[in-house]
Design a protein around this ligand. Structure first.
Ligand code: PLP
Length: 387
């Protein structure tokens, strides 16, 4: 047979999905594995959101919707941008609704990138960024943020990686995997660099609603940033809607237009009836979101205290998202080995830090989007595992 795609063959499968699959296989074989590997909230989608989808289905909303998303949902996105960020966004030209934020990042990268263009990505990074940049023909330029500096973005470090081929900076706050929330100083570092070098910024804000300390900064609403920033967000995390596959982006009309073209020629659109539910999520479930946020905060507080009390385990206090980036000096510095020890000897599935780039080495990522009961059992097992 003739060769398959060299580009696709060169891209590794998602490490987080691989750990999840291994954990599921062990579970299926009867092992009592506690999975802290996934990024999927253990909460159910709020009932009013589910009901809106059922009502849409019953009302016959089962046909092709507008490719960019229903006007009702695009308007709800624009209203949110006005309400929460003080940003004017034209729902007809500047908003795109897609089956998930991951596809949006792909579509926006494709819209921005010509072969050889460089995209700056901070390490540790969410596992899909580098493959996505490669898939669209770009060159990922990763910047290692040292753990010893609490993964802070510094102006000198950023400046040292900008070249005439740099097209965009990819930012993720609150961050997966570190849980860090961008500080006003760091946002200013990014803004200055973007203005000085005429760069686009893709701001992945999908964990925006899950912040425990600090304040979310929408980069697009900072001075001079609207015309160069694409905000990516979605329903998966804040509203416990991972399986619905619904996300949105807002940004300059020309970038959104090209991303919409890719969508219309590939996946066509998000699913029709999910979009009615998406409106209710954006407008009507603040209380449910706050209840989930509080629960995550309680779990985070428990885990950070409990893990730091175990000799040979170190964990900083993340300000947002639902991940802990944990070091196990008592088990060494090789994150693959640590994750394997945790799985084999403590039956805990965790993602090795190296999956998030070199800066993640020495860490494993735990997700606390799982029940308090499981978290308590996991801590107990780690206590027993540590020498
Ligand atoms: C940082 C980040 N961006 C985007 C996504 C993708 O979300 P979606 O389910 O909307 O595709 C995830 C999911 O884990 C994520 O962690």
């Amino acid at each position: 047979m003739k060769d398959l795609s060299q580009l696709l063959s060169s891209i590794p499968p998602s490490a987080t999905l691989a750990v999840n699959d291994k954990a599921k296989a062990l579970k299926a074989a009867g092992r009592d594995v506690i999975s802290l590997a996934g990024g999927d909230p253990d909460f159910d989608t709020p009932p009013t959101v589910v009901e809106a989808a059922i009502a849409a289905l019953k009302a016959g909303d089962t046909h092709y919707p507008p490719s960019r998303g229903t006007m009702a949902l695009r308007r709800a996105v624009a209203d949110k941008c006005a309400r929460e960020y003080g940003m004017e966004v034209d729902p007809a030209r500047q908003v795109l609704v897609s089956p998930g934020a991951k596809f949006l990042i792909y579509a926006i990268m494709a819209a921005l990138t010509n072969p050889g263009d460089e995209i700056i990505i901070f390490e540790p990074y969410w596992v899909s960024y580098v493959p996505i940049v490669k898939l669209v023909g770009g060159i990922p330029v990763t910047i290692t943020l040292p753990a010893a500096d609490n993964f802070r973005i510094r102006a000198e470090l950023l400046a040292a990686h900008i070249s005439p081929r740099t097209k965009a900076i990819l930012v993720n706050s609150p961050n997966n995997p570190t849980g860090r929330v961008l500080s006003p100083d760091e946002a200013e570092v990014i803004r200055q660099a973007a203005l000085e070098h005429d760069l686009y910024v893709i701001s992945d804000e999908i964990y925006e609603k899950l912040i425990y300390e600090g304040r979310h900064i929408n980069l697009a609403s900072l001075p001079g940033m609207a015309k160069r920033t694409i905000t990516v967000n979605g329903h998966s995390k804040a509203y416990a809607m991972t399986g619905w596959r619904l996300g949105w982006a807002a940004g300059p009309a020309d970038v959104i237009g090209l991303a919409a073209k890719l969508q219309s020629q590939s996946v066509t659109s998000a699913a029709s009836f999910t979009m009615s539910a998406g409106v209710v999520a954006l407008e009507g479930v603040d209380e449910e979101v706050e209840t989930m946020r509080r629960a995550y905060q309680e779990r985070r507080d428990f885990m950070v205290d409990a893990l730091n009390a175990i000799p040979g385990v170190e964990c900083t206090n993340p300000q947002g998202a639902f991940y802990l980036f944990v070091r196990f000096p008592g088990l060494g510095n090789d994150s693959l080995q640590i994750a394997n020890r945790l799985l084999e000897d403590a039956e805990i599935a965790a993602t090795p830090g190296i999956a998030f780039g070199q800066a993640g080495e020495g860490h494993v990522r735990f997700s606390y989007a799982t029940s308090m009961d499981d978290l308590k059992r996991a801590v107990e097992r780690i206590r027993r595992l540590m020498p």
